[in-house]
Design a protein around this ligand. Structure first.
Ligand code: GLU
Length: 420
């Protein structure tokens, strides 16, 4: 059976380019292990008086190109292996979208839905107290990820600033606008994924994005903003799922016809997109196996595996999530002729606008939403076409092309700075 340990998968991906990108093996050796792995115990007194100890992580993979950068996730399945994999993917992502950051990731093994807001705030502050020495605007800059948001970032910024004795907005990105957050940051990952869908549909399916059908797995920050962007472009969304379940539109046209705002409002009120009227409830497998042009996994790792890869009917997969396709599934889909826009490209809009936020904070500046979105569009398109041309030139899939470009840039920085 396939090994679905996320870090093992990240290492398999790295190994898949060693025959293409020939660099001194010592660089591959250095890149195989994160530079620092921090595990902290976070005892928290709950409002009922009980004390529960949570485990938190921050893994710093590589900082050859700049400060470590990456989100923090709160989820019951957070593990060291997962955080290590995500930190490595952040190194590649920052390099590929060409911003001066390295890669890191953090997380707490917790189900945030089981904590009160006050407990979550105290847990977040404890986590900052525990890793305070290891983060900072020039050292390691956290951001939101699964189940964390602008409010979480505000607590992190406030706790860090309190410890330092002065206001330090640039220690974290994805903050509320009122506290130095960037316009367009909240929607950035989904917006970037939407741009990749549009360009990939043109390049591979030779169609306009208006003429394609799409299924989206996940309706959190990334999923909702991907759907919003694609609906804005006129794409036909026929199925969506969230943590509760999947929904296929029952409209006569076959796709969701209501406006995005209406769809979000209804699904929020109903408690899930699968509970709104005019949809047929479908399972997670049915969603992934939908008969659509484009499939967008926008939830968790290991969703497309050797078990379901042959059942995928989409012609194009755009990975808005991190690590949704395992290396084994990648091979199967490659043989089936399915093109995959890899995560390190498709979801890099988030960290890109995080970089814009950091630059604005360091300059005490604030850019308009239009300025942010214009720059996002330009950088995403450039990265997309760089990867596409490389893959066509060397006749390799997009994931390997993206990795060769990204790892090559990281190795150059390591070599030039004398990391040997
Ligand atoms: N958590 C996001 C990601 O996986 C954003 C990271 C960041 O902005 O630093 O790319």
């Amino acid at each position: 059976m396939e090994y679905e340990d996320p870090f093992a998968n990240a290492l398999t991906q790295l190994a898949s380019i060693t025959d293409i990108l020939s660099v001194d093996p010592e660089y591959y050796e250095m890149l195989k292990s994160p530079i620092r792995e921090i595990t902290v115990s976070l005892p928290l007194k709950l409002s009922n008086g009980n004390v529960v100890t949570f485990t938190g992580y921050r893994v710093q993979h590589n900082n050859a190109r700049g400060p470590y950068k990456g989100g923090i996730r709160y989820h019951p399945k957070v593990s060291l292996s997962e955080v290590k994999a995500l930190s490595m993917w952040m190194t590649w992502k920052s390099a590929l979208i060409d911003i001066p950051f390295g890669g890191a990731k953090g997380g707490i093994t917790v189900d945030p839905k089981k904590l009160t807001n006050d407990e979550l705030e105290r847990l977040t502050r404890k986590y900052v107290d525990a890793i305070e020495e290891e983060i900072g605007p020039e050292v390691d800059i956290p951001a939101p990820d699964l189940n964390t948001n602008a409010q979480t970032m505000a607590w992190i910024m406030n706790e860090y600033s309190r410890l330092k004795g002065h206001n330090v907005p640039s220690v974290v990105t994805g903050k509320p606008i009122e506290l130095g957050g960037s316009e367009g940051r909240n929607a950035a990952t989904g917006r970037g994924a939407g741009i990749c869908v549009r360009e990939a549909v043109q390049s591979f399916l030779h169609k306009d994005v208006k003429d394609v059908t799409v299924a989206v797995q996940g309706f959190g920050n990334v999923g909702t903003n991907t759907v919003k962007t694609l609906m804005g472009m006129g794409a036909k969304i026929i199925a969506i799922s969230d943590v509760v379940g999947g929904a296929r539109s029952k409209s006569s046209s076959g796709h969701f016809e209501q406006s995005f705002d209406e769809l979000l409002d209804r699904s929020t009120k109903a408690g899930s997109v699968c509970k709104i009227a005019e949809v047929e409830e479908i399972s997670n497998s049915e969603l992934l196996e939908s008969d659509v042009d484009v499939l967008i996994p926008a939830a968790l790792e290991n969703q497309i595996t050797e078990r379901n890869a042959t059942k995928i009917r989409a012609k194009l997969i755009v990975e808005a999530a991190n690590g949704p396709t395992t290396p084994m599934a990648d091979k199967i889909l490659g043989r089936m002729g399915v093109n995959i826009v890899p995560d390190i490209l498709a979801n890099s809009g988030g960290v890109l606008v995080s970089y814009f936020e950091w630059v604005q904070n360091l300059n005490r500046d604030h850019w308009s939403e239009e300025a942010v979105n214009d720059r996002l569009e330009g950088k995403m398109k450039k990265a997309f076409y760089d990867v596409l041309s490389y893959s066509r030139k060397d006749n390799i899939d997009l994931r390997r092309a993206a990795l060769v470009l990204a790892v090559g840039r990281v190795v150059s920085a390591m070599r030039l700075s004398g990391w040997h």
